[in-house]
Design a protein. Sequence first.
Length: 325
Amino acid sequence: MSVLVYAENTGGLFKKSVYEVVSYAKAIADNLNTTVTAISIGNVEQPALASLGNYGVSRVLNVSGDQLKQFVNQAYASVIAAAANHLGADIVIISNSFSGKGLAPRVAAKLEAGLADGVVELPNIDNGKMTWKKAAFSGKAFAITELLSAKKVIALTPNSFELRETGGHAEIESFQPDIPGGDFASVVRDIVRATDKVTLPDAEIVVSAGRGLKGPENWGIIEELADALGAATACSKPVSDAGWRPHAEHVGQTGIAVSPNLYIAIGISGAIQHLAGVSASKTIVVINKDPEAPFFKVADYGIVGDAFDVVPKLTAAIKAYKGSE
């Protein structure tokens, strides 16, 4: 039994989520007494590829070419499946990122493998039986899933596993599988990023606000707090619907689902649709002047107070603390 991990890159660089999924794969491989091979698709520099060895990868299959410079879902799935077949890999691990959510089921279909997506912990292994804990019902519950297929595809929830450096070394080799021409019937020509700030799916800290801010003109206190924390900004659905903030910042059941280490909700009541998109957060802090706000029932920490009073004081305290470090 061997383990293959997909190392997703953005602009030729690996984000933290890649090292998380590699660390996760290494932990599984150690339990199974095997090794981890990574596959990288796109034009990634050698130092970045080599860095995977520090987290437990022993071998990197590097797939490059102009056709694969930008993410193409079907083609990338074909490459990952080809690598799994080439290696005889029994377990393929992918980050449950925006692109990973599209890749994982396609790879599973090509390999005729069982799929567990939204996984949050290492598997329980008992006499060859492997069960996986995964998020269910939009993050409101967990399911314990057993994959009975010989091959398994696992999509790991970002921020659910710690980084583990091993100090190892990875051998890098070129891999050029045959890709069906039909995989390029629809391609991405270019990606224009709206901002150079931290993106919501990758953020470890998210500062989010709702209608309690009363209007878009008051969003400065949210952005200032986010800047002090190095966080991404988000909002509730009514805020994006009203045009106060862009729809790209809407988190919730009908928006972006996030799983940061820290989620700060300011002036958000906590409707079930919003909670469905943020409940996977490790720590939730709620600031609301209504002591009966539903969000307090799921919060790890709560402050009952006016956001216009609390948030500037919180920002000042964080800046003072960082200045004293």
